[in-house]
Design a protein around this ligand. Structure first.
Ligand code: SAH
Ligand code: SF4
Ligand code: F3S
Length: 478
């Protein structure tokens, strides 16, 4: 594709800018004219989404827009007229994965040059990624960022018409754009964004740069989406934000997240979960709301990152290991059936053996039900990437293996208590590996594979647990 000079490229410095001004939500911005509405007639799109739930939810918006344009979904890249890579920038490995897949599919462009490759999501917000695309990935025709998803139909039309590569990435604090279409990947449960962006600037993290500032959606818009989900058969809603406990602060609400949680619980939807919680903003009133409303599930993802106070300080997490443990204990005492999952990073710059051992101690104290553990990955433009004492990959690997041994031990141990118990499972459908087996999650967010004499997809069923594995439970529906 030819080059053009009206591209808009990402700019890290502008991405880190924060003002006090809050944008008013924009309604009705997404419009389809007749030309756009038939752009994809008889054509297919392939969408590959990487990264967190917020990105998955963006993928559902992309799918919604593509389908309004008449494109049909395909899971086979070779059948697609448009290939969309909705990417994640959280770690280098995630990025390499994306470039690997795009490289592998290069041949598809050679056999059919009018096929369009699009890259969007968090990687598009990175200066170095876009520059690499410009130099080495001629097969990518369209790059757009996290702030201008709604522009996809127009951008796609432009690329098709001009046959020129287009890069349009806004480096802004972000807006709140309502009324975008959505094609949900599951009907029994659905993600609902309650806020976008992040202001925490943990020193290792790229998200505040790629997603803009913390901005909350209005409560009435969130509730409207939850009601709609329910009308369409949704039994579970998962409220999303990088730090949900800060919900509503930007709207002047004092205890916004608790107010929202109660309002969502009062819609009567069967199950409510939320990701991610920040240990530093956790309110007593939120614990009370979880206790008072049985449809708020007793499972909490509470990322801790490290068990060492000095590392937590260098990460700018805003709490100590002791404060985390106190919150953990308080939640456990008040909600006895609660399960905990967390995120952990090993090999943060300067992490000593002693600091690493403090993480193992915290893991053994909390005995997490499950955890996502990562090797620290330097992200360009973040403070930690410039810190002294970067740890070697070999050492990070060694620490990760040691940490994972502790995590797997506790995961299995924690599952033992479910043997012979009956749990309530929201059945998501049949297992991909074995059509005789259904799968779903219990209230405590345990993955349960089970057999059933009746068709039960989309239903909440009682399942008696017959076998316990490290990361799942097996059983039979009663
Ligand atoms: N907003 C969420 C986290 C989103 S990113 C929160 O604060 O809880 C998901 C996880 O990726 C983080 O919790 C962290 O464990 C990990 N992560 C983020 N940046 C990373 C980096 N540079 N290297 C390794 N892991 C990282
Ligand atoms: Fe990243 Fe920290 Fe924000 Fe989570 S809270 S997205 S880890 S900066
Ligand atoms: Fe990845 Fe962006 Fe989510 S960096 S974790 S997709 S916010």
């Amino acid at each position: 594709m030819k080059k053009r000079n009206d591209d808009i490229l990402p700019d890290h410095k502008a991405e880190a800018h924060r003002t006090k001004e809050m944008p008013a939500p924009e309604y009705g911005l997404f419009a389809m004219n007749d030309a756009l509405a038939s752009l994809g007639r008889g054509k297919k799109y392939y969408l590959r989404t990487y990264g967190c739930q917020a990105n998955v939810r963006d993928g559902e918006t992309i799918a919604g827009m593509m389908e309004i344009m008449g494109y049909a979904n395909t899971e086979h890249p070779e059948e697609a007229d448009v290939l969309i890579f909705n990417t994640c920038a959280i770690r280098k490995a995630a990025e390499e994965h994306v470039f690997g897949e795009i490289g592998m599919l290069k041949g598809l462009k050679e056999t059919k040059p009018e096929r369009i490759f699009c890259l969007c999501g968090c990687m598009a917000q990175e200066e170095s990624v876009v520059s690499l695309i410009q130099q080495k990935y001629p097969q990518i025709d369209l790059v757009f960022g996290t702030h201008n998803l709604y522009r996809l139909p127009d951008l796609l039309q432009e690329v098709i018409q001009t046959k020129k590569r287009k890069i349009e990435v806004y480096s802004e604090e972000g807006r709140v754009i309502e009324d975008l279409p959505v094609h949900r990947s599951q009907s029994c449960k659905g993600f609902v964004d309650i806020m976008y962006g992040c202001n925490k600037f943990c020193t290792y993290c790229i998200v505040p740069y790629t997603r803009g500032k913390e901005r909350s959606r209005r409560m009435e818009d969130i509730l409207r989406e939850v009601e709609k989900l329910k009308e369409n058969g949704g039994r579970e809603v998962i409220l999303l934000g990088q730090n949900v406990n800060a919900y509503g602060k930007d709207l002047g609400m004092e205890d916004g997240f608790t107010d929202l949680l109660i309002a969502v619980a009062e819609t009567g939807i069967d199950r409510i979960r939320f990701y991610s919680s920040s240990p530093r903003d956790y309110q007593e009133s939120t614990i009370q709301a979880m206790q008072d409303h049985p449809n708020i599930m007793p499972a909490l993802h509470l990322p801790v990152q490290s068990g060492s106070d000095s590392v937590l300080k260098r990460m700018a997490r805003g709490y100590t290991a002791e404060e985390y443990k106190q919150l953990f204990d308080r939640l456990k005492k008040r909600i006895p059936s609660i399960t905990f999952t967390t995120d952990l990073i090993v090999g943060f710059p300067g992490e000593t053996e002693e600091e690493f051992l403090a993480t193992l101690d915290l893991v053994d104290y909390c005995q997490f039900d499950m955890a996502y553990s990562f090797m620290y990955s330097p992200r360009e433009g973040t403070p930690a990437a410039r810190m002294d004492g970067q740890i070697s990959t070999a050492e990070k690997k060694k620490r990760l293996a040691e940490l994972n041994a502790h995590l797997t031990h506790w995961a299995k141990e924690k599952n033992q208590k479910y043997a012979g118990q009956t749990v309530k499972v929201l059945c998501e459908g049949r297992s991909k590996k074995n059509a005789d087996v259904y799968s779903g999650y219990s209230e405590e967010n345990k993955l349960v594979n089970f057999t059933s004499d009746k068709e039960c997809e989309g239903e909440i069923v009682d399942v008696k647990i017959t076998d316990v594995k490290s990361f799942s439970l097996d059983g039979h529906a009663l």
